[in-house]
Design a protein around this ligand. Structure first.
Ligand SMILES: Cc1cc2nc3c(=O)[nH]c(=O)nc-3n(C[C@H](O)[C@H](O)[C@H](O)COP(=O)(O)O)c2cc1C
Length: 174
């Protein structure tokens, strides 16, 4: 049973990547955890047909092998950025029965529920068990590369604790 943290922002100065990095560090204290940064594994845009791209195959395999996956994403236009949707469109069934959690970077405090649409779709499509501890951090949580806001660090710890408690718990369909 292993953890996978996926950072989906493609911004070279991504703040949600900093959340992903810290969650990965905390998870490594608990077990086997991998950090996947989509800036380093670029995926083609999903076209509606199964992709033959090697990067898609590699990422899909990592998702399939993990039991719990934490997704880090940016908020764009009151929703999550397109690259996380693109990832899920490419990898579909690999998400079946995973435990999944979210950590999100936003510009302000007006889009705190931006990830809920995607969380719901993952429950409906793939029977994912969604960890009910989320991290939503705005600019004030960061100074340079550091997460300086105590509240955000507490939320990250709660997310990781939830990931550990719910790892491998989701019920496969009969
Ligand atoms: C195109 C675009 C749209 C954005 N839309 C929102 C938004 O609707 N709400 C919000 O709080 N922040 C918004 N932001 C700010 C980002 O959420 C913020 O820059 C965040 O740090 C992005 O995550 P990242 O640093 O991991 O890429 C937007 C930024 C961009 C570039």
């Amino acid at each position: 049973m292993s953890y996978l943290v996926i950072s989906t922002s493609l911004d070279p100065e991504s703040r949600s990547f900093l959340l992903a990095k810290e969650a990965h560090r905390l998870l490594c204290l608990k077990g086997k955890a991998e950090l996947l940064d989509l800036r380093k594994t670029r995926l083609p845009l999903f076209t509606g047909v199964k992709s033959t791209s090697r990067s898609v195959k590699r990422v899909k395999e990592k998702i399939r092998k993990a039991t719990t996956i934490l997704i880090a994403a940016p908020v764009y236009n009151y929703d999550l950025g397109a690259s996380v949707k693109n990832l899920i469109e490419h990898t579909g069934d690999a998400w079946a029965d995973k435990t999944v959690g979210f950590m999100v970077a936003a510009g302000g405090k007006g889009a705190r529920m931006a990830f809920l649409g995607l969380a719901n779709s993952m429950m409906m499509d793939f029977r994912c068990l969604i960890i009910p501890n989320f991290v939503v951090a705005d600019k004030s949580a960061f100074e340079g590369e550091l997460i300086v806001e105590a509240f955000t660090n507490e939320r990250l710890q709660l997310l990781v604790d939830g990931a550990v408690r719910l790892n491998g718990v989701s019920l496969p369909q009969q």
